[in-house]
Design a protein around this ligand. Structure first.
Ligand SMILES: [Zn+2]
Length: 276
């Protein structure tokens, strides 16, 4: 069974591998000071881990172990082989992750927290680490709710978590996967090109491609966009109103949700360029 140190080692290896490819073969040149962004976002990642430990007394894994002992949740009432329960568990977690991501783009307080992740005006592997600590807390509480109501098995949680972290690193990386390979890959998983579209400052683009690991929810629920409206060359990254370089510094990242943006919900409501 996977354990936390093994998971951590796998993530570090994946990070180093992808970061090396990015440095030597970047898809696009990063515009802003790489040192500042990397310091800010990696610092933010460790800060988030610390805050999560302080605010929440129990980790997702420990919580799932408790739920499994108590046999809480829907899947414990169904008599099916364990490997099918694990597969269903992984798919349900991915669907819930898709739903929570869409909710983050719909409800103003959630959008303000998630907006921090979108405000990066560059896009590389450290964009993956740029999340407001309160978004982490809300996301973890949502996971607790999903795990206990659906009865997700521990192995499904471990596989989903590791997969999410690895695919998260890949999809945020600034590497070009050849178009032919990307076309086939995006049938089974989110690719960097697909998720880059979601980070566009165009509202139609950012209201598409919400998937975490698998693209199927976007296909079925009509939120898939093959490429940015202006093309990859013409698209602009970030969130309008939060493009100054100060928003990439740690103190400003932490206070950003308390600022009202000019791309807030009233504009999201008015925007009808949802992909069809
Ligand atoms: Zn988003």
């Amino acid at each position: 069974m996977l354990n936390i140190p093994t998971e951590f080692i796998v993530i570090i290896i994946a990070f180093l591998l992808l970061a090396t490819i990015e440095i030597y073969r970047p898809w696009y040149q990063v515009k802003n000071t790489k040192k500042v962004r990397w310091l800010s976002y990696i610092g933010l990642y460790f800060f988030n881990m610390l805050i999560l430990r302080i605010i929440l007394p129990i980790t997702v894994v420990a919580y799932t172990v408790y739920i499994e002992k108590q046999q809480y949740g829907l899947l414990y009432f169904v008599e099916i082989p364990n490997y099918i329960k694990i597969t269903i568990g992984i798919l349900l977690l991915d669907l819930m992750s898709y739903i929570s991501h869409r909710l983050m783009h719909i409800f103003s307080p959630l959008w303000r927290l998630h907006r921090v992740h979108h405000a990066d005006t560059d896009y590389d592997i450290v964009t993956n680490f740029c999340h407001h600590p309160l978004e982490f807390v809300v996301g973890t509480l949502f996971m607790f709710l999903v795990i206990s109501s659906l009865g997700i098995p521990i192995l499904a949680v471990l596989i989903f978590t590791l997969m999410g972290e690895l695919i998260g690193l890949l999809t945020h990386s600034n590497i070009l996967i050849p178009k032919k390979i990307d076309q086939y890959l995006r049938l089974i998983m989110i690719t960097p090109a697909m998720h880059r579209t979601h980070h566009s400052d165009d509202l139609g683009d950012s209201n598409s491609n919400f998937g975490t690991n698998f693209p199927w929810w976007d296909y079925v629920l009509n939120t898939y966009r093959a490429h940015p409206i202006a093309g990859y060359e013409g698209m602009k990254l970030g969130v309008k109103g939060f493009k100054e370089s100060k928003w990439q510094l740690l103190p400003w990242i932490l206070v950003q949700p308390f600022y009202k943006g000019n791309q807030d919900l009233e504009i999201l409501e008015k925007d009808k360029s949802f992909p069809s």
